[in-house]
Design a protein around this ligand. Structure first.
Ligand code: BDP
Length: 679
């Protein structure tokens, strides 16, 4: 089914000239080398070719006579000229070679994963109807770690999951639908993902058991499925495992018994999974245990685990989402946005080199708009990686369309100025700015066991785009979108034009009718769906907008506010500190201003709120209209599914508009200049 196949549709090509042309490359495949990963490459090529071209290619391990050759460094030797020095670990070359009247396409990887990525690349070209005549492609992933985090619980639920239940677990056991996991691995590998943590960062008692002999054989089985697609398996661990399952009374990272327990545990895990990736850890955050309980810091905690994993080349992914979720809201000098930097910056250089700090894109929590975390670039001597949220917790929960690639691009392109101009976040996390040993990009996944994986079928584009950006953050949003549409819906011009527009505008539309100007958090507490202006305002979690009759916004300046702006490098501190230079879209993230404050766009804050909320609804309604034009061009199931979601979004956007506009009208007493209906 189309919904399930996502972007790996491999639709039968009906253009006969093209089919004949492709056939000359695909009839005889030669596979030099043998491994589970190369086997996956072969399987995928056979599937794609037979389904697109209707032929069953011959396969052999002889290079002669073949039209398509799969090989690695080790197996290729003199057949084709590849400069392996130009390839990094997962890199590959795709090259068309003509000699003696014979044409051959070589798919050559530096390692086996490279071969698999090359195979997926070739299939992508074919799905996008590209000419194969003169290929000369060299691809290297920019990021070393390209990961996903499942927030799946063993009872089958998914924390912040909007597409059904877990594909991994059911009723506190592993699921036996291994095919589904394999299909997930195919999707991930096709966009270059090479690592996955398969359980929620909030590790409860049942999941603590994942590192015990009861469940490790199952973890190993799943790891085996991912391994065949070049994906390394990681586990989220409970920091206090020594207490929960280890019969110790402490989890003090400096206690020798605790340290020994983790060493033994690591050895046990690696006896089941020799290429296990390592641990993902949420510690001292939102009631999770951590080193603070013992008066230790986060370097002590992370290093203790790192030492245990080090003999096996494992790494610790240590999350920086550490803040006091019980702060006193009356004390307006505390600021949750400051927390990660305040905790971690002083520890720069104290972490072992197999620890990687995992930092959310913004200092708060995946809001529709917030500043970029000032921690990026601030720790020259500590490995860092970036965490995005593909699952749309705060961006419409896959009931609203919100294509996040443009947002992620802004974060990746954000200049930290850590080493002067040109120190973008993407250069911090690809490791090049400070020569990190380990680094990369990770994200919370958006999939579940819904038949279309992501609830909203168009949310598949977020997963696709995320993967492509981890491979190459320099790809443009337009390129990624175009690739995705071609593979997912085919090549009708109108489909391309309209779906591109819908996707690329969707973040801005969502932003317009939700919380304005970077202030965030106007959502219902707990589940975070739908408008609730004051839902978090008097709560302890530190997520405020400070709206009163005079104005709105969080003063994070050095001069009069929380001082958060000073956590950035000077160029950015200056930019945000000054009301005159602070970009409009982040105004209320950095400043508290009167409703009559004039934006750079020359409208007042209050009028901007009214305008954008009316526009947002119109544009959400526009999405329904636009999509409706494609009725004849999209298969019924996907057409109807998407239509239903867009209609729900359009309706729900009105609720957002009315609640937000009414609230601010009552707070400010200022009328809409255009006299539109505000309740
Ligand atoms: C927040 C979620 C919460 C997560 C937390 C985290 O609301 O469910 O546990 O982030 O990242 O976005 O640890």
């Amino acid at each position: 089914k189309e919904s399930y196949a996502a972007w790996l549709q491999y639709k039968n090509i009906d253009d006969q000239t093209l089919v004949n042309n492709y056939k000359q490359w695909c009839g005889r495949i030669s596979i030099l080398g043998a491994s589970v990963v190369i086997e996956s490459a072969k399987k995928e090529l056979l599937l794609g070719i037979s389904s697109m071209l209707g032929i069953e290619p011959d396969c052999s391990s002889e290079p002669m006579q073949a039209s398509l050759v799969l090989a690695t460094n080790a197996s290729i030797v003199d057949l084709v000229d590849v400069d392996f020095d130009q390839l990094n670990d997962d890199g590959y070359v795709i090259k068309t070679v003509t000699s003696g009247g014979k044409n051959t396409i070589f798919l050559v990887g530096k390692n086996d994963s490279g071969v698999l990525y090359a195979a997926f690349h070739l299939l992508r070209l074919m799905q996008n109807r590209k000419n194969l005549q003169q290929l000369d492609i060299l691809e290297n992933p920019k990021n070393q770690l390209r990961m996903l985090n499942q927030w799946d619980n063993m009872d089958g639920s998914i924390e912040r999951g909007y597409a059904g239940n877990s594909i991994f677990y059911k009723e506190n056991e592993f699921s036996d639908e291994l095919n589904r996991i394999e299909d997930y691995a195919r999707l991930l590998s096709s966009v270059g993902i090479n690592g996955i943590a398969i359980n929620n960062v909030n590790v409860h008692k049942v999941e603590t058991d994942l590192i015990t002999s009861r469940l490790l054989p199952k973890v190993a089985e799943v790891a085996g499925i991912f391994r065949a697609y070049g994906i390394t398996t990681f586990l989220s661990v409970n920091y206090a495992s020594t207490i929960t399952i280890g019969n110790l009374s402490t989890a003090d990272p400096l206690d020798p018994k605790v340290r020994q327990w983790w060493k033994d545990k690591a050895e046990e895990i690696y006896s089941y999974i020799p290429d296990f990736g390592g641990f993902l850890v949420k510690a001292d955050s939102e009631h999770r245990p951590g080193p603070f309980t013992y008066g230790r810091n986060h370097a002590d905690g992370a290093n203790m685990l790192a030492e245990a994993l080090q003999p096996f080349n494992g790494v610790v992914l240590w999350r920086c989402f550490v803040y006091n979720c019980l702060q006193d809201w009356r004390d307006r000098t505390t600021d949750r946005a400051r927390a990660a930097y305040d905790h971690f910056k002083p520890l720069d250089g104290h972490f072992h080199d197999n620890v990687i700090l995992q930092i959310k894109n913004g200092p708060m929590d995946f809001q529709v708009r917030e500043g970029v975390s000032p921690l990026f670039g601030a720790m020259e001597n500590t490995n860092q990686m970036l965490e995005f949220q593909v699952t749309q917790e705060y961006t419409g929960q896959q009931r609203h369309l919100c294509y996040l690639v443009p947002q992620w691009k802004e974060v990746l392109d954000f200049d930290t100025f850590a080493k002067g101009k040109g120190s973008e976040v993407k250069k911090v996390v690809d490791g090049s700015l400070f020569q990190y040993k380990y680094s990369g990009i990770t994200a919370v996944s958006n999939i579940g066991n819904d038949y279309n994986w992501t609830g909203h079928t168009l949310a598949q584009a977020n997963l696709y785009g995320f993967g492509r950006l981890t491979w190459n953050p320099d790809l443009s949003a337009e390129t990624i979108t175009d690739e995705w549409i071609g593979q997912t819906f085919g090549h009708d011009e109108l489909v391309k034009e309209l779906v591109t527009k819908m996707l690329l505008k969707s973040w801005s539309i969502y932003e317009k009718y939700t919380s304005p100007l970077g202030v965030g958090w106007m959502v219902n507490p707990h589940h975070h769906y739908g408008p609730n202006v004051d839902g978090y305002e008097y709560d302890v979690w530190g997520t405020y907008h400070f709206a009163d009759w005079k104005g709105i916004g969080v003063d994070r300046t050095e001069k009069t506010g929380t001082g958060y702006t000073s956590q950035y490098f000077k160029e950015n501190t200056d930019l945000y500190e000054d009301l005159k230079t602070c970009p409009d879209e982040l105004l209320l993230f950095f400043h508290n201003v009167p409703y009559t404050h004039k934006l750079k766009s020359n409208v007042t804050v209050i009028q901007h709120i009214y305008n954008t909320h009316f526009e947002g609804v119109e544009e959400a309604e526009g999405l329904v209209e636009t999509w409706s034009q494609l009725k004849e061009k999209i298969d019924q199931e996907r057409f109807e599914d998407i239509l239903k979601r867009l209609q729900e979004q359009a309706n729900h956007s009105k609720e957002w508009r009315d609640i937000i506009n009414t609230y601010f009208y009552r707070k400010s007493g200022i009328k809409d200049e255009k006299n539109r209906k505000i309740y």
